[in-house]
Design a protein around this ligand. Structure first.
Ligand code: CTP
Ligand code: MG
Length: 180
């Protein structure tokens, strides 16, 4: 029981910088597309207008700051976790930055895939939209800390639910165009 609880804490510890990296870009209202409006040989945009340099930058900074904030909580969490021989993943500004980069990279890869299948910018693709950034963040997180299968499962399930709810709220607040 306590094990799953700690897996949850570890998963959230890694997810928070990724959530910041995914949540802040719409606020940038960016206008410089990462693909410079270039088209792929298939005639569709490489990434589309939904992936901007401003959005990517604000996401990186937000993720790094969340990593820095978490580093203050870390000793407290770890003193508790070590009682169960568990280690909370290391965290600081730089690691937050790396996780955020992974999340934003995964998000851009998701858009790349969507464009190759001919989906317009903003069109919902279930699972890809919710998981692209988590998968990107997880791959980059692997560089410095192991991720258990439990952490991965929790991350995917929690994010699926939270992403849906957050986007409906973001849509109502007019931060996001579509409720997904
Ligand atoms: N955004 C951005 N730069 C990024 C990522 C996101 O500016 N690197 C902003 C865009 O305004 C985007 C919004 O955040 O419209 C929501 O992101 P997302 O849902 O990932 O983009 P979509 O517009 O849905 O585009 P896509 O179909 O490519 O996912
Ligand atoms: Mg979208």
């Amino acid at each position: 029981m306590i094990d799953i609880w700690l897996e949850f804490v570890k998963a959230m510890f890694i997810l928070f910088p990724a959530y910041a990296a995914n949540g802040f870009p719409p606020l940038a209202r960016g206008s410089l597309p990462i693909d410079f409006k270039k088209k792929w040989p298939d005639g569709n945009r490489v990434l589309g207008d939904g992936k901007t340099i401003e959005g990517f930058s604000i996401g990186l900074i937000a993720g790094a700051f969340v990593g820095a904030l978490e580093s203050f909580v870390e000793p407290f969490l770890n003193s508790y976790a070590t009682m169960w021989s568990v280690q909370i993943p290391p965290m600081n500004f730089l690691i937050g930055f790396l996780i955020a980069f992974g999340a934003l990279f995964g998000d851009s890869c998701g858009s790349f895939i969507k464009r190759r299948f001919g989906f317009e910018r903003g069109k919902e693709v279930l699972f890809l939209d919710q998981w692209n950034f988590v998968i990107g963040a997880v791959i980059f997180t692997f560089l410095f800390t192991p991720i258990t299968i439990w952490m991965l499962l929790l991350m995917l399930i929690l994010t699926f639910v939270i992403h849906r709810i957050a986007n409906i709220i973001g849509h109502k607040l007019k931060v996001k165009k579509e409720p997904w």
